[in-house]
Design a binder for this molecule. Structure first.
Ligand code: GUN
Length: 291
């Protein structure tokens, strides 16, 4: 068997088109233009790329983008004051502070300062709780994007055996909550889990979110299973030349693709869905703020 490759890049492009249509209707019928503010502290090159992509795609779907680039040595109080100002602005519906922030700034204080009504990353305990009990609000972007790909591939997830590998607050735990909301039978595996290959062997769905390159082996996968690889790991690639690197997921892709029914590639799978879902969350918070 050769797995179907799930094209997250194409799916994300389609989702952005639907978001753009929604934004156009909000403008023409309700006079609302959703706005997303992105804060970046310091000059980390990878964070700069992420933030620039977020700002560009925000504008492409017709929303307002506000970018705040703060110097590496900005004080914690100044960042908190900016968040407070943005919390109170009617033209800002979503606020994202790109992580990591420099060590002298307490990440938890940033998260707690964000108004839950504008927390488009879904970091706040209030929003995490809403996800768990199924109330409307923002949903963590990477799990939401993964869920959309799974629903598109499989339709109804009810009764499917889903194994989520990884228990992070950002991906593993909310992924489990979303799958449970869709009536899947969910196992969340982690570093202390015993006999992970046996657990994976019973899975109709595997979501790998451990952050360890190619940890999930092809022979762990049940033939025909759907595999969502959330990992983005940069590893050395001597086959490409000295000093070269490449991106790999948490799944041993070449072997897994021989067994799985469908699989997301890295790059081009879940990654593009994350920003598209950030835009979707900003539309959600704009709609909720305007009744
Ligand atoms: N840094 C890396 N990924 C993310 C993300 O999803 N949100 C924020 N705020 N920072 C990040």
């Amino acid at each position: 068997m050769t797995a179907k490759i799930i094209d997250g890049k194409a799916f994300a492009a389609g989702l952005r088109e639907r978001i753009a249509e929604h934004v156009a209707r909000l403008k023409s019928e309700h006079g609302i233009t959703p706005g997303l503010a992105v804060i970046i502290v310091g000059h980390d090159p990878a964070s700069q790329v992420y933030v620039n992509n977020k700002a560009r795609q925000t504008k492409e779907v017709g929303m307002n983008s506000f970018k705040y680039e703060l110097p590496e040595d900005v004080s914690e109080d100044e960042v908190l004051a900016l968040i407070e100002e943005l919390n109170n602005r009617d033209d800002v519906n979503g606020i994202l502070c790109q992580l990591p922030v420099p060590k002298h700034i307490d990440e938890n204080k940033i998260i707690n300062a964000l108004s839950p009504a504008k927390d488009v990353d879904c970091f706040s305990p209030e929003n995490v709780g809403k996800v768990a009990i199924g109330l409307p609000g923002p949903v963590p972007c990477t799990p939401l994007g993964s869920l959309m790909l799974l629903r598109d591939e499989l339709g109804d997830l009810s009764g499917k055996n889903a194994v989520v590998i990884g228990r992070s607050n950002l991906v593993g735990k909310p992924m489990g909550a979303l799958l449970l909301r869709d009536s899947a039978t969910v196992t969340i595996a982690h570093s202390r889990t015993q006999d992970l290959p046996a657990i994976c062997a019973a899975a109709d769905i595997i979501v790998a979110a451990v952050g360890r390159p190619e940890m999930v082996k092809g022979d762990w996968i049940k033939p025909g299973a759907t595999v969502i690889d959330v990992g983005i790991n940069r590893v050395n690639a001597p086959e490409k030349g000295e000093g070269k690197t490449k991106l790999v997921g948490d799944v041993e892709y070449s072997e897994a693709a021989k067994v799985a029914g469908a699989i997301t590639p890295v790059p081009g799978g879940v990654g593009p869905m994350t920003i598209a879902c950030l835009l979707a969350n900003t539309v959600t918070t704009a709609c909720l703020a305007n009744g």
